[in-house]
Design a protein around this ligand. Sequence first.
Ligand code: NAD
Length: 495
Amino acid sequence: MEQKALFIIFGGTGDLAYRKLYPALFNLYEKGYLKENFAVIGTARRPWSNDHYHEVVMSAIEDSGRDAGRTNSELPRKFASHFYYQSHNVDDAEHYVALRNLADQLDEKYQLNGNRIFYLAMAPRFFGTIAGHLKDQKLLTEGSGFNRLIIEKPFGRDYQSAKELNDSISGSFDEEQIFRIDHYLGKEPIQSIAGLRFGNALFNSLWNKEHIDNIQITLAESLGVEERAGYYETAGAMRDMLQNHIMQIVSLLTMERPEVFDSKHLQDKKIEALENIQTYSKEEAAQNFVRGQYGEDAAHTQLAYREEEGTADDSSIETFVAGKLITHNPSLDGVPIYVRTGKRLAKKSTQINVVFKNDDQNIFNSDPNQKLETNVLTLHIEPDQGFTLQFNTKKGNQGYQLSPVHLRYRKSASEKAKTPDAYESLIRDALMGNKTNFAHWHEVRKAWQIVDVIRQVWDAETPDFPNYASGSMGPQAADDLLARDGRQWIFNPQK
Ligand code: NAD
């Protein structure tokens, strides 16, 4: 279970490292995936000492909620002693020489067999420079060890920039060595999708165009843009949520069954699934996607997006997007997938609703035109985790009428507490060389190609914003999108 490795974290003084990476590495240490044979070099421009770095790492563990009473109080200190700080400007080639010397020294001291994981917890504009210098300055080991690169989103802002970014790192790292983080793939309920589909004959046998009417994916946030206006003004909901997280979920829901459940087979099927999502023409994109931006709420207690600090008074950034995608994967050919994400919506919830086709023959109700309710399987991702299955049973009254009931399973608070955090799970996978839960370049590429067409349509017109009230479920057009197909959103907290 234990893996020997040297982590080199670029951006070691940053927010991501502090809030996510150090606590995640500590959890792996506590669970024995990292033992004596590991070391971490943190780099950034600030001139920190090793002692100061140790204090920072220990306080990151404490701030993550791991109080000393619960963990062995000596453990964070022992863990932190494996950390080394190296002041480093990523643009300066000479700094990599010092980094290489330290890396070689630690490799020997901790007997790491040349295993190296380079974690770029920095803005993507630095990725190419770092990757280039790692190769030129010989930080990549040769021989028995492995070299792996972990990178963060955003991976480009359209296909062209994503391709340039990918080209800039692929001179130093092969695709098998690149671990692109999409933290949704580290979430346990997202990882469970494959198990639910392929581990249950009940669902596996029904997961096809004969039985599924449509699939709905909602990533609803109740909060507004908060302190992220600077970033959000350049991104918007489409780039922030749809291109990456939603498209990854789409691939997991629509992929064909892999022959074997391993990372290679799964990734091939996910790539194929995204390739088989229809890329729209501009006309189709305009018909099938809607955008929105939140205004104030009815009681005037919440600010409109344009009034938030750091946003432009006339911002045309979307805080909401809804759309219809169509898969042409053989099993689900033609099945619509309705997707939706937004800020300041009525309720925070990430959920997937799989809506099954209705049985045309309703033999139970006296009125033959009265349809039975459809069967709906809901996968609750967060904050609830679990499933709900809606099905029909006999009503407890005279005669024979059916009405829907809900079979629910929810993870308990204690089960949820035991579930590893997304970063812990993903870093463990990278440490073990398991690429199952990382985005392949071809997935990223295809997702951008789908999104680029929609953006081109949107960028050519000035939207009439704001067009939905804070606390609603988005603009009317998002409901109309389904109504025109004779459908409605299953998740509707306002009903
Ligand atoms: P941050 O600004 O807090 O940290 C950036 C780090 O880079 C700092 O350590 C800084 O000192 C270092 N740095 C900047 N310029 C440098 C240079 N020339 N040489 C050496 N070091 C330099 O940013 P962050 O929030 O930690 O995010 C890092 C990356 O992760 C970004 O790409 C971000 O989009 C992504 N990300 C962050 C989060 C998060 O929760 N913070 C979540 C998802 C993705």
